[in-house]
Design a protein around this ligand. Structure first.
Ligand code: SAM
Length: 488
């Protein structure tokens, strides 16, 4: 009689089985999985391997099992302490970002640089910088290769803006000389982030205003007063977050680039290719509602060259971000000049202009409903319903929060609403392997008293606004989905 497999062995077996799936594929592709010490090379064969759907699925299971194994084996009190102190990591990331460490270490190359020499370049105190780098290295961001000598690694190099280091150091010095030490609002230099992959913008936004705001979530919950957002409490600002961004253009530029960064973090999410763009009627209109800097609209011009695209956003965003972005790129400029793409100020809480309604085939909303509490989400969706033709479709591109249990039967019948079975003893939502959707949900709570939604929450919000989910398209290893709806 064979002994039953222990919980620990089951977890180890899941890791071993899935790692061998990955290594088999790597061998067939003639490459290897990148190590943590490699620099991030987005176009390398190694990074291409990491985005293969089979590899993504296997990696999700292995990561889920490995983190469950770590949480099981480490003494529970120490795991709890880790969780409770996790907020020190954003502090350390902010210290290193303000000191331009990623770019300084890029210039230093594989031999790295002593923390004293890194510190000398921006005038930061080497003590706290070294401790920040060691805390981060312990969490696999940067590496300490000899005492106090650090190098970039796969994680840290992903935040490289690619910009000239001296230019960034000058920006950092100007920031320091014009900010008071007790400033809650520091003068963000948006130029640091333009023409980058957006990852630095995303990380800097997380470790600045999101971090500050998150510390106020429990206060808002405790007093049960949602008339103010945690962001408003933290930044001591009475207007909305969007008004704040309009008042401080550096923050506005940063959040728009952060959206671009979000796509680069999970490039496979761009592979969501389920929706058949060719089916849209020739010369009909696609409206990218709350389209920001228009990066998605640009992607749509390639998938659906036969339609006209309107990028709508708030007046200031169109003037300060979208228009300069499109005018500075010759291809995008020519799309504007030929009127294939129209950039237009429009408040999505109001009905669409009649010239749009007459020919609209699709309203596209990426990362919009997650910015709003459900009553406001319903108002936005109702305005679009009132601005639709019978065959107009609505596409929400947002993350669907997985339940931590099997999907309810009625929701499971919606086309594309898959919920993959997970092997025991893993959590059914794959736990830490899927943690980004739950942290993004808290980011929405921190900034806007808003939220990411489960499929059930999407279903009822859409129904209330006069829309019915027709099909959902998802990519492996991603909670970002295209939720395509028709009018009821
Ligand atoms: C999270 S960003 C998403 C941007 C873009 N859809 C993307 O995926 O990159 C939300 C956008 O909604 C815009 N927005 C906020 N309030 C708005 C309103 N009342 N009317 C139109 N756009 C608005 C913001 O300016 C911002 O560009």
């Amino acid at each position: 009689m064979t002994a039953p497999v222990s919980n620990l062995t089951s977890l180890v077996n899941i890791i071993a089985d899935n790692v061998s799936v990955i290594e088999d594929l790597a061998n067939r592709m003639g490459t290897s999985y990148p190590t943590i010490s490699d620099l991030y090379e987005p176009h390398s064969k190694q990074e291409e391997l990491t985005l293969n759907p089979e590899v993504l699925s296997a990696a999700m299971l292995a990561v889920s099992a490995a983190s469950q194994l770590a949480a099981t084996l480490k003494l529970p009190g120490l795991t709890l302490l880790d969780r409770a102190n996790a907020f020190h990591i954003p502090s350390a990331l902010r210290v290193t970002s303000e000191a331009c460490v990623v770019e300084i270490l890029r210039d230093a190359g594989p031999q790295g640089m002593h923390v004293q020499d890194i510190a000398n370049q921006t005038g930061i105190q080497p003590g706290i910088l070294g401790r920040s780098l060691r805390l981060l290295s312990t969490h696999y961001v940067f590496a300490e290769i000899s005492p106090n000598v650090f190098v970039n690694n796969r994680l840290s190099s992903m935040m490289d803006t690619g910009k000239d280091t001296k230019y960034l150091i000058d920006i950092a010095k100007t920031r320091k000389s014009t900010s008071k030490s007790d400033d809650i609002v520091s003068n963000v230099a948006g130029d640091k982030y333009t023409d980058t992959n957006g990852v630095a913008a995303l990380i800097d936004q997380c470790v600045d205003e999101v971090f500050k705001s998150s510390s106020r979530i429990s206060h808002v919950a405790a007093v049960n007063d949602y008339s103010k957002t945690p962001f408003q409490c933290a930044m001591q600002y009475n207007g909305s977050m969007w008004e704040f961004f309009e008042k401080y253009p550096g923050y506005l530029q940063r959040i728009q680039m952060a959206m671009v960064g979000f796509s680069h973090l999970q490039p496979h999410q761009q592979m969501i290719s389920g929706f058949d763009w060719s089916k849209l009627k020739k010369d009909s209109y696609v409206v990218d509602v709350g389209g920001g800097n228009g990066s998605e609209a640009l992607a749509i011009t390639k998938k659906a060259p036969h339609v006209k695209i309107f990028v709508e956003d708030l007046e200031q965003t169109i003037a300060q971000v979208t228009t300069p972005t499109w005018n500075s790129n010759p291809t995008q400029k020519s799309l504007i000049e030929s009127e294939k793409v129209v950039l237009q100020a429009h408040d999505f809480f109001t009905v669409q202009p009649s010239h749009i309604v007459s020919k609209v085939s699709l309203y596209h909303l990426r990362f919009i409903t997650h910015d709003w509490p459900t009553p406001e989400g319903i108002k936005i969706l109702k305005q679009l319903r009132a601005s639709s033709l019978d065959d107009t479709r609505l596409m929400l591109v947002d993350q669907i929060v997985p339940y931590a249990c099997p999907i309810p039967e009625d929701l499971g019948k919606i086309e594309g609403a898959i919920s993959l079975p997970t092997p025991a003893p893993l959590l059914s939502n794959l736990g830490e392997a899927n943690s980004d959707v739950y942290t993004t949900d808290f980011t929405m709570a921190a900034l806007l008293n808003a939220q990411e939604r489960t499929l059930g929450e999407f279903h009822s919000m859409l129904n209330e606004a006069g829309w019915e989910i027709e099909t959902i398209y998802q990519a492996v290893g991603s909670s970002l989905s295209q939720i395509v709806c028709k009018v009821i």
